[in-house]
Design a protein around this ligand. Structure first.
Ligand code: ADP
Ligand code: MG
Length: 237
């Protein structure tokens, strides 16, 4: 097996922050529950992608993370699998509100994330729903009323539903900002900040982004606590 440094060099991984754990160079060393390993094997994935290999051990330690990696690098499972494990340990009642909250910029992305969560969370019996604009609220509210573990939402629609007091974020303890750069480009910063005010401060926060410009750094500094940063390849600023 390869040393952590050799693996990072080979896959152009750079890390910053204290005590960064070694990457999981294979699924076998990750120690995932068997129901999750089964889904990964069913999908036919040979090994973790570099962002998964380096972000999983960090996230599973409960630490905040900023992950900067290009589109197509496997970021979704990078945060979903540790989210499933977090859920399993949390033992929250889904009727009291979600435990895992994922914010994403568009309806298309949010539904893709939901589909991945449903596929890979099936054996773990995870319930997931998706909230996005441009569609009637009724079915989304009915899904919420049934109780869900994971909510994937665009910031605009989630904010509307919060203002209607039809969702409670008080048991969210795993918050993901996916495509943070795009969410800020689309002008969602005020909605993101309002949503985060409803989430307890005692939480784990994960930020995934393809680029690392000043605006994203600023919101990361405000919302994350002592994050470890993982970059794959050259990072555009
Ligand atoms: P990103 O969010 O970084 O753009 P995605 O999470 O959408 O990337 O993943 C891109 C594609 O790679 C998806 O089809 C996903 O199912 C697939 N994928 C994820 N993890 C792996 C893996 N370990 N090995 C092979 N394919 C993977
Ligand atoms: Mg993605």
């Amino acid at each position: 097996s390869m040393s952590a440094d050799a693996y990072r060099r080979r896959h152009e991984i750079t890390v910053s922050g204290g005590d960064v754990p070694a990457p999981f160079t294979s699924f076998e060393v990750a120690g995932f529950p068997s129901e999750i390993l089964r889904e990964v094997h069913n999908a036919g994935f040979p090994s973790p992608t570099p962002i998964q290999a380096q972000s999983w051990p960090i996230t599973l330690q409960g630490r905040d993370i900023v992950a900067v990696a290009k589109t197509g690098s496997g970021k979704t499972l990078g945060y979903l699998i540790p989210g499933f494990i977090h859920l399993k340990n949390s033992r929250n009642d889904p009727r009291m509100g979600p435990t895992v909250l994922v914010l994403a910029p568009t309806r298309e992305l949010a539904t893709q994330i939901r589909d991945e969560a449903v596929k890979f969370g099936r054996s773990s019996r995870i319930s997931c729903t998706c909230l996005y604009g441009g569609a009637p609220k009724g079915p989304q509210l009915r899904d919420l009323d049934r109780g869900v573990d994971v909510v994937v939402a665009t910031p605009g629609r989630l904010n509307d539903i919060l203002e209607m007091r039809r969702i409670n974020l008080h048991q969210v303890s795993y918050l993901v900002l996916d495509e943070a750069d795009r969410m800020l480009d689309m002008g969602f910063e005020p909605q993101i900040r309002k949503i985060v005010r409803e989430v307890p401060a005692r939480r784990q926060t994960l930020m995934f982004t393809a680029t690392w410009p000043k605006e994203v750094r600023k919101i990361a500094a405000d919302l994350l606590v002592k994050p470890i940063q993982v970059n794959i390849g050259n990072v555009d600023e």
